[in-house]
Design a protein around this ligand. Structure first.
Ligand SMILES: [Zn+2]
Length: 368
């Protein structure tokens, strides 16, 4: 019987925002023997790969290919922290696998808390064009490293649920390698790992785990890696109830990262149990952050409608944590969607300098 993983947060990184410089200094100060610079970003920031273990099964993982998705970077930092206190777990894991983890593949986007890189290229759609400076670094490592598995680590917006009610705190995907979405042997390997993660996490966060649609994207990373024969697994960290700092997501993301690596160390390429993947519910796009119901506008004719608001995340100059800016994203009948916060405005006053809320702009009203 192996001991249980006792989750703990890396105390050096309490915020959702991670400054690239702070991350690089931390890695250099604490893990210099395990990291190497594998390239530089357009704005000349270093990109580091950490190599752990010497097991036979080779795993490649990378975080923050999208700059505004720090959960996976946190998960790896938390896992390293946990291993300091539970070295036996690490020893057992890294006897079976070798993990190459690329931290913050998009340091320029991470610094500005934006999805794309400094040239506005979405790196997860750059597999064929290779237009960005950063993505080819990952591609060449993937091509030359004899990897059997790839962990493509992301985050998703708060709009997704597992069942229309509960947030999809974690979503997974064994991507397709062709338009007909064939369930190939390589896909089955990915599915088997996800099935094992699901089995171990579903009691911890019931109804908060989903799987993504397996529509084939010809230019995206996971789909192409699986085509190359690397069993790739997409992780998506999502909303956690009343937790826009995603502290809860971070915790379960860390556990899922560990469980994924553990599953790989046990399965070693086997597809055993892959069918259980199909039992995971599919992601549903069902929610907005806030919905104001039955808002009566100050128009000269009776106009009552719903207003949906979604938070835009941004990092302000000099801040060390992101801010949430409320943006009006839908106006009219929002009856088909739900809000993480729902406010019934019947009998209340719409207070604004404007007659009506403007779509795609910062919320310009209060309700009293
Ligand atoms: Zn992403």
């Amino acid at each position: 019987m192996t001991e249980e993983l006792n989750y703990r947060q890396n105390p050096n990184f309490p915020n959702r925002y991670i400054s690239p410089q702070k991350l690089f200094s931390f890695l250099q100060a604490n893990y210099s023997n395990f990291i190497s610079e594998v390239g530089r970003s357009y704005l000349d920031k270093p990109i580091y790969k950490m190599s752990l273990g010497n097991g036979k099964t080779r795993v490649l993982a990378w975080s923050q290919m999208h700059g505004n998705e720090s959960n996976a970077t946190h998960a790896m930092l938390d896992l390293l922290e946990i291993f300091k206190y539970q070295p036996a777990l690490a020893k057992q894991l890294f006897a079976e696998i070798t993990l190459d983890f690329i931290f913050m593949l998009n340091p320029d986007g991470s610094e500005k808390w934006i999805r794309r890189n400094a040239l506005d290229i979405d790196m997860n759609r750059d597999f064929l064009k290779l237009a960005s400076k950063e993505f080819p670094i990952l591609k060449s490592i993937a091509e030359n490293g004899k990897y059997e598995y790839g962990l493509n680590l992301h985050e998703q917006r708060t709009i997704f649920t597992s069942d229309g009610e509960n947030p999809a705190t974690l979503s997974f995907l064994a991507p397709s390698e062709n338009f007909t979405r064939d369930v190939t042997e390589t896909r089955k390997k990915s599915m088997a790992v996800i099935a094992q993660i699901f089995a171990n996490l579903k009691t911890l966060i019931p109804n908060q785990i989903a799987r993504y649609s397996d529509e084939f994207y010809p230019t995206s990373t996971g789909d192409n890696l699986i085509k190359m024969g690397i069993a790739s697994i997409l992780y998506e960290g999502g909303h956690f109830p009343n937790d826009y700092k995603r502290t809860g997501t971070r915790k379960y993301y860390t556990i899922a990262l560990y469980e994924g690596l553990k599953a790989i160390s046990e399965l070693k390429g086997s597809t055993e149990g892959w069918e259980k993947y199909l039992e995971i519910q599919e992601n549903i796009e069902s929610h907005y952050d806030i919905i104001y119901r039955n808002v009566e506008l100050n128009t000269d004719f009776p106009c009552v409608l719903d207003v949906a608001v979604q938070f835009r995340e941004e990092i302000k100059e000099g801040d060390d944590e992101i801010s949430l800016v409320p943006i009006v994203v839908e106006v009219g009948d929002v009856g088909k969607k739900k809000g993480w916060k729902e406010i019934d405005c019947t009998g209340k006053k719409f207070i604004s300098e404007k007659k009506f809320p403007k779509l795609d702009e910062i919320q310009n009203f209060t309700i009293e």
